[in-house]
Ligand binder design. Structure first.
Ligand SMILES: *Cc1c(COP(=O)(O)O)cnc(C)c1O
Length: 371
């Protein structure tokens, strides 16, 4: 098999989906599965649908195209607010989008009218995380303009937290969203079917039974893919954290000093990495690097192996304490965090191997190439 590669355990993703959904369902919260960390991988999306998600969401149109080209039929949500330059494609391929710019809504409206469609919209409100969304004080004036536009239908109010600034979903900010939604409903006689409060950072609030009534929709990626809530990044009860595993091959084995030799300046990425003297090290170089992963976000499955550095194409390991003897050509495996999962799935140098059913040892290869 070609290295490096990432294995994707579809049964674990389906299982994680069920675990997250059963909690959300008990609290009247519908779940849209977010595929963006896998670049809209169709097999991952199908596993989420088998697990029961009501629709799929991604931040990029190209990923939504990929899902549709694979024959997946469901409702598709565009998470990133649309660019003015892509409104025609949004109308053509997406059922519902998140929005925060009135001019973009005007453009979507015109494109929808021309296409003879009605496009659904969730208006995003910024409740403190400082990414997308209008200010709470602007909600009424914004919706007053938006409801005049033909071709679009305001179906919900949403907010996104814990992404840009790490602001945690709380009883206060969730209540604020519910209150704003009720004001919109009453002012414009506009029933909102979606009050979309949370991503994977909101699971704690639900499990603690403190999620305000009214929040009825969640957009969940990481908790399904990596089995973690994202406030403390703790494993979510009943989920697997190892649905994705990275595998890379040893391409050099050597004994080298732990300290560099000669006058030192910055490394290939402009950093000044620190080295400590541990005498001679038993080292390996692997064929994966910063082009494919976020180095601090991977951890060797053998916890006695240490990462000592990386460049664009090499990962350097200290094998001095490795559990089993390692030789040239061996393939070593790593757990991934969200940043590394995103990078590895995006890298066309990392092959993608899906595993499922009884034939876990037989890999069914899916294309690692991007469109
Ligand atoms: C990425 C994203 C999500 C999913 O976040 P997770 O932490 O992976 O659950 C939800 N909503 C929006 C708007 C996003 O951009």
């Amino acid at each position: 098999m070609k290295t490096p590669y990432i294995t994707i355990d579809l049964d674990k993703i389906e299982h994680n989906t069920r675990a997250v959904l059963s909690l959300c369902r008990q609290h009247g919260i519908g779940v849209t599965g977010v595929t963006k960390a896998t670049c809209g991988n169709p097999e991952v999306a199908k596993a989420m649908l088998r697990g029961g998600v009501q629709s799929l969401a991604d931040s990029r149109l190209i990923n939504i195209h990929r899902l549709q080209a694979a024959g997946i039929e469901t409702q598709f949500m565009l998470l990133r607010v649309p660019a003015l330059s892509e409104v025609n494609d949004v109308i053509a391929f997406v059922d519902i989008s998140l929005n925060s710019e009135i001019d973009t809504l005007r453009a979507l409206s015109a494109a929808a009218v021309q296409a003879g469609k009605v496009h659904e919209v969730i208006v995003m409100v910024d409740l403190g995380d400082l990414r997308e969304g209008i200010c709470p004080s602007e909600v009424l004036s914004f919706v007053a303009e938006a409801v005049k536009l033909p071709g679009i239908r305001i179906v919900g109010l949403g907010t996104n937290l814990a992404c840009f600034a790490g602001v945690v979903p709380s009883v206060q900010n969730m209540n604020h969203l519910v209150e704003l939604a009720h004001i919109v409903e009453n002012t414009f006689h506009l029933p909102l079917k979606l009050i979309s409060g949370i991503n994977s950072s909101g699971l704690d609030l639900i499990a603690a039974n403190t999620m305000p009534a009214g929040i009825n929709h969640a957009r969940i990626g990481e908790a399904i893919l990596l089995g973690r809530e994202t406030v403390h990044r703790q494993p979510w009860p009943g989920t697997h954290q190892d649905a994705f595993i990275l595998h890379a091959e040893v391409i050099e084995m050597n004994e080298k000093p732990s300290l560099p030799l000669g006058e030192r300046s910055e490394d290939a990425f402009g950093n000044h990495p620190a080295f400590h003297n541990h005498g001679m090290l038993k080292r390996a170089l692997l064929n994966v690097g910063r082009e494919d992963i976020d180095v601090p976000g991977i951890s060797p499955r053998d916890q006695n192996i240490n990462i000592i550095g990386a460049s664009s194409g090499y990962l350097g390991l200290d094998l001095s304490n490795a559990k089993t003897p390692i030789q040239l050509g061996d393939v070593l495996s790593f757990n991934l965090n969200y940043a590394s999962l995103l990078a590895a799935m995006t890298s066309e140098y990392v092959h993608k191997q899906t595993l499922s059913g009884g034939s876990k040892s037989k890999f069914s290869e899916i294309s690692g190439e991007r469109q």
